[in-house]
Design a protein around this ligand. Structure first.
Ligand code: AMP
Ligand code: MN
Ligand code: MN
Length: 332
């Protein structure tokens, strides 16, 4: 990332009195972590500014982040309040590759100035200023943006609250430092965050590995229903509306299912889907070493990374799955 872009970003922050920060729909750990990390840093460095974070419904385990509770509100209510209220001077969109995926797109569009900070290769550059990093996570990118504020190159320490949020973001997008997006720099950033006093074991266990009974049940059901294709190199499964009802589960209870599929011996591509509304499915794809799932997801209006991507396909699950399998086969 060019230094001048980071400097321009901080100029935007300095000029704005009222700043909104928001992420993508169905917020994951990186989305919530990067939003809260940037929130804390701006609040601490510019106490005179009004800063608000817009987040959709996210897993309960992320509530352990300091200050996040104040932003938990039904999306509809947040949207109405923003519609009635004054436009934000600046909206910083994080971890969202396009406007369709940005949860509060109308609020973003109403803002006077807009910036996007992201790490998706499929980023469409939809903001007035776009900082697209090749980092493991948006949280890692935010750490670099903060460090980039210092022209002398000395470390700019972040508070424990900011460090915890950023650490959580990195942990989630790297699958606890194991995905191929994890670099030496990722580990160095994580190391610097550790030094701020983050309880790393607690962050990893309580936000990543710990599952509720309901989450375990729906994971178990999804694994029981999984099917192998292409001599075991592809695995697929789905969670339907009836499963959500049966287990009293919601879409925030599905984290980790696709990753469990991916580590099945012999599997190159894992496909996981869940019903978002009648005859519409959100597909998640993960690959291990060969298949570029981001190009496949893009063909269906989605996006993501080479090894992790997603898209929403309308029609039955079987039909959507077959369409994806056809594209996966071409790359196997
Ligand atoms: P998921 O399968 O939802 O965990 O997403 C995997 C990766 O692909 C994440 O980095 C997402 O941000 C990205 N992604 C998922 N769905 C979409 C979509 N519909 N459009 C663009 N990117 C997506
Ligand atoms: Mn994300
Ligand atoms: Mn991310």
């Amino acid at each position: 990332m060019e230094k001048s872009k980071i400097v321009s970003f901080w100029k935007e922050i300095e000029q704005a009195k009222r700043i909104a920060i928001g992420g993508h729909i169905r917020p994951d750990g990186d989305c919530v972590g990067s939003c809260m990390g940037l929130y804390h840093y701006i609040r601490e460095q510019f106490p005179e500014k009004q800063v608000q974070v817009y987040l959709g419904e996210f897993p309960d385990s992320f509530r352990l982040l300091e200050g996040v509770e104040q932003f938990i509100k039904p999306v509809k209510q947040q949207m109405e309040e923003a519609e009635e209220g004054q436009a934000w001077d600046l909206f910083v969109a994080l971890d969202s590759s396009n406007l369709e995926r940005l949860e509060f797109a109308p609020v973003f569009q109403k803002a006077v100035r807009t910036v996007c900070i992201d790490h998706h290769i499929t980023n469409e550059g939809y903001a007035m200023m776009n900082l697209v990093f090749t980092s493991s996570s948006t949280a890692e990118a935010i750490y670099d943006v903060i460090q980039g504020r210092n022209e002398k190159g000395e470390e700019r320490p972040v508070s424990k609250a900011a460090a915890e949020a950023l650490y959580m973001g990195i942990v989630h997008d790297t699958g606890v430092f194991k995905h191929s997006c994890t670099t030496r720099h990722t580990m160095e950033v994580a190391g610097a965050l550790m030094e701020r006093g983050v309880d790393t074991s607690r962050m990893i266990d309580d936000t990543f590995y710990r599952k509720s009974y309901v989450q375990n049940q729906i994971l178990g059901q999804a694994l029981l229903n999984s099917v192998l294709w292409e001599q075991g190199s592809v695995i697929s499964t789905a969670v339907f509306a009836t499963d959500f009802e049966k287990y009293h589960a919601g879409k925030t209870d599905l984290d980790g299912i696709v990753d469990q599929l991916r580590i099945t011996r012999g599997v190159e591509v894992a496909v996981f889907a869940y019903e978002t509304e009648e005859d519409s499915f959100k597909f998640s794809m993960r690959s291990n070493s060969k298949v570029d799932v981001s190009t496949i997801a893009m063909q269906f209006g989605g996006g993501g990374h080479v090894r992790a991507a997603g898209c929403t396909i309308s029609g039955t699950y079987e039909k959507g799955l077959q369409q994806l399998l056809e594209e996966i086969r071409k790359q196997l």
